[in-house]
Structures are given as structure tokens and as C-alpha cells.
Ligand binder design. Structure first.
Ligand code: ZN
Ligand code: ZN
Length: 410
């Protein structure tokens, strides 16, 4: 059970540690209508800490599904101007953003794969300016999650909805450290540990990360020239720190989009746009996907990998030990925010300009020159198994063990 007091602490974490809203700032909360009560709690906290104004961008996953099933492709792909106006407003008013990620993993199950990928492209294209503002930390943003009925049923299919939601809350409460006396202090300590690992990796400035396991992964990921390993706490372009993902357990940077070779096998299912993709295998040559297969959700994977050119390379490599509280919960959440923090992951598509020195001031061709991948997509997929080994390889060829059997050794 989650108590009202813990819920309040959670809302406070989102406002103060997550987006780190400043007094007098406008806030945009993005959430599905079934998260209404929590949205209002966050809004109340934001006002308590001096928000100028709180806006809400409501989504409605049931309507999304109805539209995907019934509206034609052209209508689906026509992203309305009131929608883009809202995103423009967030950027021009330098709002901070709090998203609640609580999607039914089967939201688009059995929908037309073609229509779905066309919609994805249209949506991401219309959202490009807004996305640049978040990916470059021009806006401070955070993502948190709460259980919803459909999602909880997917995670605990054998339980009644009420029990499933309760189990989800127990797990999320622990993962979010809401069961500790002072969750904010606990978060600060956790962030410190991650930052120290990032500092170690930055000091070594490896040229490659080499990942191997018994599932068939043998992948060499070159790292972008002048890459920076980033952990937990990031800095907004205004110099104010924030925590983009809550929970977060990762230390991540940008691959070099022309220096990736070998094969990687997924460790957990990937839920992309309301579809589950699993047991898939991707082969790269000189930074590009040259072969792929999937036992589950092949069409969805194909839809994703044909959405633009850049999606065929990688924009992120993130390291997470198998003893993270999310990994130890043993729960498969079917939600990227949790599952990506339970396992080392890679991302198809765009890199974060914040993961290369001076990146937020670079133009597209300069970013590309450093090996920073460009795409309208950024889709994380999990590759960290319990037996994953990772070595850092220096520019001088020196090998440094980073992971052994799925856990940090530094
Ligand atoms: Zn990540
Ligand atoms: Zn990512």
C-alpha cells in the first residue's frame, strides 16, 4: 500500500529533484487522463513551491487506440496545430516538464503496423523542435511513473486489478525510495554514487566498449569523439541541475555512429509505441544495422527500423548493474523507464548533444563529425544480462574491465 504521505513525497520528488522547478517558473505536466489524481497532487506541490502557472497536456490512451483502429492514415498523421502550439509554448516560455509514463503496454496491439509507423514518423517530425529542446537540456524535464489498471494487469496478469495495482505500488515505492525516512536525501546519496562512476569513465576516455555474453552478444561500440559519460544528475543549459529519469540507475554516453560492429541480442522485451518486441537480434557493421530478426513483434521492429536513416545506428550506450533495485525486484515492467534502468541498454536513433563536449552549441554536421547519431527516433532496448561482461578499450589498445557478470567492477 502506498500512503497519502508517500504519494505527497513522490510528487515533491518529481517537482524538486526531477524537474527541479524554480520559483516563478511555468510547469507542464504531461499525463494520461487515468493519472488525474496524481497530476493534481503534482500541480499542488508545484504551486506550493512557487510555480507561476501549471499547464496540463492530457493524453487519453483509450482514445489513441480508438483513433488508430478507426481513423484513416492521413487523418492520423495530421498532427493538429494546437498540439504543436502547445509544444512551442513550452519552449518559448522555458517551462519545466513533468511527464507521467504509465502506458498500457498493449495500447496499440493488433493495430495496423504501417499506419502506426507512419504516425510515429509524423508525430516525431512535428515534435522535433520540442524534442531538441529537451534532448539538449534547454528545458529541464523529468519522467515518473505510477501504476494504472491496464499496465498493472500486464505486469501481474494473474492478480485482480486492485491487487496488481497494490503490488506495483509496493515495487515502485521501494524503487523510488519512498519507503525511506527522507526520500530526497536518499536520492542525493544515490546520485553521488552514479556520478563517481561517470567520473571514472570520463577520466579513461575509452575508444570502445566491448560487450559479450552467453546469449550471443558480441558487440564493439565505439564511443563518440570527446564523449562525456553522464549520470543521474544533468545540468540544464541554464546551469540548474535536474534528474531526467526517476528512477534512474544509468551512466550513459553516445556511441560513435560509424564505429559499431558485431551482434547484440536483447535481454528484456522492448515495448515500442504500444507493441511488444522480443527475442530479437541486431547485427551492425561500421555503425549501421545490416541484419535483424525478432521472434515476437517483427513487424513493429521493422516499422521502427525503417522510420528514417539514423534509426539504423545507435545514439546511446547506458550501463546499469544487475544489483540495481529495479533489477533486484525481478519484475518486468513493460515500461522503458523501469526496464531500461534494470539493464544495460542501447538506443536506436538520436544521441543526446549533452553527451559530447560542447555538443549543445554544435550544428548537425559538427555533431555527426564527432560520431553523434541523428534521427527522429530515440528508442532504448535492453541488452544487460546477468552474465554480461564489458571491457573498456583505450585509444592505446589497453583493456580495462568495467563489468563482470552483469555488475560494475569499478
Ligand atoms: Zn538511457
Ligand atoms: Zn535512452
Amino acid at each position: 500500500m502506498i500512503t497519502n504521505k508517500q504519494m505527497e513525497k513522490f510528487a515533491e520528488l518529481a517537482v524538486r529533484v526531477g524537474a527541479n522547478m524554480q520559483q516563478g517558473q511555468e510547469v507542464v505536466i504531461r499525463a494520461d487522463v487515468n493519472c488525474q489524481d496524481f497530476v493534481h497532487l503534482i500541480a499542488a506541490k508545484a504551486y506550493e513551491f512557487g510555480a507561476k502557472k501549471v499547464h496540463i497536456e492530457w493524453r487519453d490512451e483509450k482514445l489513441d487506440r480508438l483513433s488508430m483502429l478507426n481513423a484513416d492514415k492521413e487523418a492520423i498523421c495530421d498532427i493538429p496545430s494546437y498540439q504543436t502550439a502547445m509544444w512551442d509554448y513550452s519552449v518559448s516560455h522555458k517551462c519545466c516538464l513533468i511527464s507521467i509514463s504509465a502506458e498500457d503496454p498493449n495500447k496499440y496491439k493488433n493495430c495496423d503496423a504501417d499506419k502506426l509507423s507512419a504516425y510515429q514518423v509524423a508525430f516525431q517530425t512535428a515534435r522535433q523542435m520540442f524534442r531538441n529542446a529537451t534532448m539538449s537540456n534547454y528545458l529541464r524535464w523529468t519522467i515518473v511513473s505510477i501504476p494504472t489498471p491496464e499496465w498493472a494487469k500486464q505486469v501481474f496478469p494473474n492478480e485482480d486489478v486492485a491487487v496488481a495495482i497494490d503490488k506495483m505500488w509496493n515495487a515502485i515505492g521501494h524503487i523510488m525510495r519512498l519507503d525511506q525516512d527522507d526520500p530526497t536525501a536518499a536520492w542525493k546519496k544515490h546520485i553521488d554514487t552514479l556520478v563517481k562512476r561517470a567520473e571514472f569513465l570520463n577520466k579513461h576516455n575509452f575508444e570502445f566498449m566491448h560487450m559479450t555474453n552467453s546469449h550471443g552478444t558480441d558487440l564493439t561500440v565505439g564511443l563518440a569523439t570527446d564523449h562525456i559519460w553522464v549520470a543521474a544528475q544533468e545540468e540544464g543549459q541554464d546551469g540548474i541541475p535536474f534528474t531526467a529519469n526517476m528512477p534512474t540507475e544509468e551512466v550513459f554516453t553516445a556511441p560513435h555512429c560509424r564505429k559499431i560492429n558485431g551482434t547484440v541480442v536483447n535481454a528484456l522485451p522492448l515495448v515500442n509505441n504500444g507493441n511488444i518486441i522480443d527475442n530479437f537480434k541486431i547485427t551492425f557493421k561500421d555503425g549501421k544495422v545490416v541484419d535483424y530478426s525478432a521472434e515476437v513483434g517483427y513487424d513493429a521492429l521493422k516499422g521502427l527500423l525503417t522510420s528514417d536513416d539514423g534509426v539504423l545506428s545507435l545514439g546511446e550506450i547506458a550501463l546499469i548493474g544487475k544489483h540495481s533495485p529495479i533489477a533486484e525486484s525481478g519484475i518486468l515492467f513493460y515500461n522503458t523507464l523501469f526496464d531500461e534502468n534494470a539493464s544495460c541498454h542501447l538506443a536506436f536513433g538520436a544521441s543526446y548533444p549533452t553527451t559530447v563536449k560542447g555538443g549543445t552549441d554544435m550544428k548537425k554536421d559538427e555533431l555527426l563529425k564527432h560520431g553523434m547519431n541523428q534521427s527522429i527516433q530515440h528508442v532504448d532496448f535492453m541488452v544487460g544480462t546477468k552474465d554480461l561482461n564489458i571491457d573498456g578499450i583505450g585509444y592505446d589498445g589497453k583493456i580495462t574491465p568495467i563489468f563482470r557478470d552483469g555488475e560494475w567492477v569499478i
